[in-house]
Ligand binder design. Structure first.
Ligand SMILES: [Zn+2]
Length: 54
């Protein structure tokens, strides 16, 4: 699965692990953003696990 990365130096978004301009390692910009899109996903998974063990 591809995910967007960001260069900490030039703030450019890229799919690469190394920024082509700065040749520095890119980092994952705020992974928390993705969990906000599905705030109940965690609870759904927990409910499913409880069903399986009950
Ligand atoms: Zn850069």
């Amino acid at each position: 699965m591809k995910h967007i990365m960001r260069c900490p130096k030039c703030k450019e978004y890229t799919m690469k692990e190394i920024c082509g301009r700065c040749e520095v390692r890119t980092e994952n910009p705020k992974p928390a953003k993705f969990s906000v899109e599905d705030p109940y996903g965690k609870y759904r998974r927990e409910a499913k696990e409880m069903e399986g063990t009950a």
